[in-house]
Ligand binder design. Structure first.
Ligand code: DLL
Length: 440
């Protein structure tokens, strides 16, 4: 069955029912024993929780383990959670986050190989093969995107062009001249590449570009349509986080119905972020991951703060790896404006439905002198709309305000801004400017 579905590791990706759980159980027992023995911080944590490695008999016992959070990584900065001596660490990455110290992550040689394997599965699921030219526009450096995608594409045997992010005109030039068939970057940067290409007079329909692997930030179904129309590609969602490995934790296949989790390496749970209790499959909650095979930095029950749900229906591709829905936002990204919970992705969905605007927006939050919070939605209008008369623009901004209010239950002010006036990002886009802390 499904012999024709493109894949990298048929045995693991299409594992028969009943085979995966014993493997996960064995790997969980092993990782718990390893961190207990080798990472004093974890020994203390497990002792405090009253759990010893012998208590963990199978994967169902995972709920007995304590959670790990970003703070645990910060408290042990930079290498305190490493479970191997530095001589065995062949790579270090770090994610800067928005506040405080960066989170540092390390890899043994085997970890780097496993990472390439899970990224090869990602690329193969989108039909990448030998002979493909993979333009990798994720940033190379401390960020995991660049090198993570690089090694996976190389393992497949594709020709990798490591452009990294930035110099967008050159990106477009290379897309054309090298005949890139695969593009990797953040979804927001994919749109910037499309926009720049059009300004340069490029017809993407005439290029060999076929598929894009986009991730590292939340995006919506409407944004997928926008990218697919702009670049003439299949736009696939790829997800990951440095604390687990980087990109490669989960990936979409060409069915585009959620992301298959590489659960032989990363065990997923979805919990209620308030209580920490597991929620049933299909219910929205916070994703928690345990790395089952990582050597340098094994992490137990890491609270990702990402919100999603487990998809229960089987996928048309035939893979048995469970799927998660696309991540729509983070628990710490939720804005509370005059008591209303707002996720930037909700505003994005509304803006994407409005034809006269472009997908470039910024939410600006201010606290007014009398203590009221205000949210301004700045959104770029299209070139054609911008040249419309004032009255039309006013009607448009009222319409947008009305639709946002209907969705969020919150009155916001809308400012239409000139095409190309908002800052473009070559990596993760910045959609929120919260100025409410100033002068408090
Ligand atoms: O962003 C790894 C990555 C690189 C993934 C390239 C995909 C492609 P970090 O910098 O540690 O790692 O950021 C991890 O980014 O917890 C999510 O909040 C967010 N994120 C990553 N992928 C997606 C996605 C990389 N497909 C954090 N959809 C995660 C939504 C995503 N959010």
């Amino acid at each position: 069955m499904h012999e024709t579905t493109p894949c990298w590791n048929r045995e693991m990706e299409f594992m028969e029912e009943g085979h995966l759980r014993p493997l996960q159980s064995e790997r969980l027992r092993d990782v718990v024993a390893r961190v207990y023995e080798r990472v004093p911080y974890y020994k203390e944590k497990l002792d405090a929780a009253g759990v010893s490695p012998e208590d963990i008999r199978g994967i169902e016992d995972i709920v007995r383990l304590p959670f790990t959070s970003k703070d645990d990584l910060r408290d042990t900065y930079p290498f305190g959670l490493f479970a191997v001596p530095m001589e065995q660490v062949v790579r270090v990455h770090a994610s800067s986050g928005t506040t405080g110290r960066p989170t540092v992550v390390g890899y043994t040689r085997r970890d780097v190989q496993m990472w390439a394997e899970v990224m090869a599965r990602t690329f193969a699921a989108g039909g990448t093969h030998i002979g493909d030219v993979v333009q990798n526009s994720y940033g190379y450096g401390l960020f995991t995107g660049g090198l993570g995608a690089h090694y996976g594409a190389e393992l497949i045997g594709a020709s990798v062009v490591p452009t990294s992010g930035g110099q967008t005109k050159r990106q477009v030039q290379i897309l054309q001249d090298f005949g890139s068939t695969v593009l990797c970057c953040t979804p927001s940067y994919a749109l910037v590449i499309g926009e720049t290409g059009r300004e340069m007079g490029v017809d993407f329909a005439g290029l060999p570009l076929r598929v894009g692997f986009f991730g590292a930030e939340p995006w919506s179904q409407s944004m997928r349509q926008e990218i697919e129309a702009s670049l003439h590609v299949d736009a696939l969602d790829i997800y990951g986080l440095s604390e687990m490995i980087g990109p490669g934790v989960s990936f979409e296949c060409l069915e585009k119905g959620g992301l298959h989790i590489n659960e032989d390496h990363f065990f997923p749970e979805v919990i209620n972020p308030k209580t920490g209790d597991p929620v049933p499959d299909g219910e929205l909650g916070e994703l928690v991951f345990t790395s089952l095979t990582k050597e340098a930095l094994p992490v137990l029950r890491y609270r990702s703060r990402d919100l999603t749900r487990i998809v229960t229906e089987p996928c048309g591709c035939g893979r048995s790896l469970r799927r998660m829905e696309r991540v729509t936002g983070r628990t710490d990204e939720m804005l509370i404006v005059r008591g209303v919970n707002v996720f930037p992705s909700q505003v994005e969905e509304v803006l994407m439905r409005i034809e006269e605007t472009t997908p470039n927006y910024l939410l600006v939050l201010d606290r007014k002198p009398r203590g009221m919070d205000e949210m301004e939605v700045q959104v770029e209008v299209s070139e054609r709309t911008f040249s419309d008369e004032m009255s039309k623009l006013e009607t448009l901004s009222e319409r947008i305000g009305g639709e946002i209010e209907e969705t969020l239950g919150l009155r916001v002010s809308v400012r239409l801004v000139e095409p190309r006036s908002l800052e473009r990002s070559t990596g993760k886009a910045k959609r929120v400017m919260d100025r409410r802390d100033l002068g408090r």
